[in-house]
Design a protein. Structure first.
Lengths: 212, 110
């Protein structure tokens, strides 16, 4: 199956609220997680208190789910795979937006986004795996360039709603002008959601926005 | 795939090229690019593609078509100029929609 079809399969694999999301009480300050054994996103209901935070956590975990869907990610035995998905999730979810960093009193400008992504990926790895900080830093360094520049399914780093809108426009126009034979599948993206709603409506996979 | 000159359309509408150019040059995008990459964004190709697109509308020809296709391929190549750390699947995981095993403890990553 050509690469385009692989990514499309994941993009159109419906994500069902009742099957792929679970709201639970969690220890500590963890906001959420992705359970690869059940293909389920866990949202920590006792640690998420704002809609904007919820949006960001959902996006972050959906990126893990997308990676699990499109690739043979060895979450438990291959630290490079884990690090890569964490880098991507921190990079593409809005975790490291200027606004969010300033609210954490992390003031930086030139390439600060990358510093934030490194730091948050490291933190996530240390939170879920028994590994030394030095080892985790080494793995993050090894895969950083590759994974920071992997913007699937967006085709760009979605810094704001306009980026998201343009990414989705690319997706809507994917069949235009023989683009199928020009693209091989990474300019794919997302449909904007504003809230997770009640009911059984399936959610199109790879949904993103933040800062509603 | 059928690809006659009469049926072919540019990969994006001309308005899309122009709006990408305007977005690229915007203050916010320049700020975001500096924040993420430490540089100013390069926007000239969007403008060039816009003019090629308009040229295609007025006077369809192989050079214009090739220019637009090549530009899109270059964008695609930019997105893929890294070696993935993992192997891609052919299909989504088989258990993606399978019912959950009730009571099985999760092992999560955050």
């Amino acid at each position: 199956m050509p690469p385009l079809c692989q990514v499309l399969s994941c993009l159109f694999s419906a994500v069902y609220k009742d099957r792929h999301f679970s709201c639970e009480d969690c220890d500590g300050t963890v906001s959420g997680g992705f359970d690869a054994t059940s293909s389920q996103i866990v949202l920590c209901q006792n640690n998420i208190h704002q809609q904007s935070h919820m949006n960001r956590v959902v996006t972050h975990e959906l990126i893990h789910a997308f990676d699990h869907c499109r690739a043979h990610v060895d979450w438990f035995n291959n630290f490079k795979h884990l690090a890569c998905s964490e880098i991507r999730a921190a990079n593409l979810s809005g975790d490291c937006s200027f606004h969010n960093e300033v609210s954490r009193f992390n003031f930086g400008l030139k390439k600060h986004h990358q510093e934030c992504v490194r730091g948050r990926a490291l933190r996530s790895i240390l939170a879920v795996r028994k590994v030394s900080r030095e080892e985790a830093e080494k793995v993050v360094d090894e895969v950083f360039d590759t994974c920071f520049n992997d913007h699937a399914p967006f085709g760009r780093i979605p810094h704001d709603k306009k980026d998201a809108k343009f990414a989705y426009r690319d997706f809507e126009n994917r069949d235009r002008g023989s683009k199928v034979d020009v693209y091989a599948g990474y300019m794919m993206p997302v449909k904007r959601i504003s809230r997770l709603k009640g009911g059984d409506a399936p959610l199109l996979f790879a949904m993103w926005t933040y800062n509603y | 795939m059928a690809d006659s000159g009469a049926m072919w359309r540019p990969p994006r509408t001309c308005d899309d090229y122009w709006s990408e150019f305007r977005h690229c040059k915007s203050l916010w995008n320049r700020f975001h690019n500096y924040y993420a990459h430490g540089t100013s964004p390069s926007c000239g190709q969007w403008k060039e593609d816009y003019y090629s697109c308009r040229e295609w509308e007025k006077n369809p020809g192989p050079e214009t078509k090739d220019a637009l296709q090549q530009s899109e391929r270059n964008r695609e190549a930019e997105q893929r100029k890294f070696t993935p750390v993992w192997d891609l699947r052919r299909d989504p995981p088989r258990d993606w929609h399978m019912p959950l095993h009730q009571g099985k403890p999760p092992d999560s990553q955050s």
